[in-house]
Design a binder for this molecule. Structure first.
Ligand SMILES: Nc1nc2c(ncn2[C@@H]2O[C@H](COP(=O)(O)OP(=O)(O)OP(=O)(O)O)[C@@H](O)[C@H]2O)c(=O)[nH]1
Length: 232
């Protein structure tokens, strides 16, 4: 059954190290608010629903907010299989969270569906003073992380990575993962990230042959705003 036709709708999972802002991104998207103040780590997994209007069609997103802490990893592994899309986050003010992306990709490759829609997000770009991961570094990482292609599982990584010749998803091969910088604090690119996923899944499931195809990379590039926009 197509994800749009199930009662759960499209299942989107937020993953990344503890503290990168997964819960805040979800709250920003769901309620348009920012959870400032004390950081309360997610325990296990939590979820919220939101209905999006995607080109005139109502699409229900069920968004799973996973715990970034290592001790909950076995809980989150169980959810990968049912996810239609994954938003993989790092924190631009935390180099370790950026360095962990490689390990997250390996995990995704092991547990998620081969055709899952995957997007890389560098969050907290409002914290310009504290930034330690440049936008170009995020772009570069996204570009080389092209291992998630079609039905073939190939090594993901910065070194020695090669994309297979036959790939179902040429976009990934040519451009790597779709990438954006976000801020749960200001809302920068947050709605866009979820809308991009919904559009991509809608096109995969129900595009008529006569319709022009939706290009996720182009959409994200065209619609995404820079970090200098919309200061808090
Ligand atoms: N400046 C800034 N702070 C943020 C942003 N997003 C989250 N934070 C802060 O970062 C801390 C962690 O945010 P969470 O959303 O709880 O992080 P998480 O990834 O869900 O963490 P776990 O539940 O442990 O996996 C909180 O103190 C937030 O206020 C952001 O975009 N900008």
């Amino acid at each position: 059954m197509l994800p749009f036709q199930t009662k759960h709708g499209v299942q989107v999972m937020l993953v990344g190290d503890s503290g990168v802002g997964k819960t805040c991104l979800l709250v920003r998207f769901k309620d348009g608010a920012f959870l400032a103040g004390t950081f309360i780590s997610t325990v296990g997994i939590d979820f919220r629903n939101k209905v999006l209007d995607v080109d005139g069609m109502k699409v229900k997103l069920q968004i799973w907010d996973t715990a970034g802490q290592e001790r909950f990893r076995s809980v989150t592994h169980a959810y990968y299989r049912d996810a239609h899309a994954l938003l993989l986050l790092y924190d631009v003010t935390n180099k370790a969270s950026f360095d962990s992306i490689q390990a997250w990709l390996t995990e995704i490759q092991e547990y998620a569906q081969h055709d899952v829609v995957l997007m890389l997000l560098g969050n907290k770009v409002d914290s310009a003073q504290e930034r330690v991961v440049k936008r170009e570094d995020g772009e570069k990482l996204a570009k080389v992380s092209c291992g998630w292609v079609g039905s073939q599982r190939v090594p993901l990584g910065l070194q020695g990575l090669s994309c297979p010749h036959q790939v179902a998803n040429r976009c990934l091969q040519e451009y790597g993962l779709p990438f954006m910088e976000t801020s749960a604090k200001t809302g920068l690119n947050v709605d866009l990230a979820f809308m991009a996923i919904a559009k991509e899944l809608k096109q995969r499931c129900m595009k008529a042959p006569s319709e022009p195809s939706f290009q996720l990379h182009d959409y994200v590039k065209r619609e995404g705003r820079g970090a200098s926009c919309c200061k808090p």
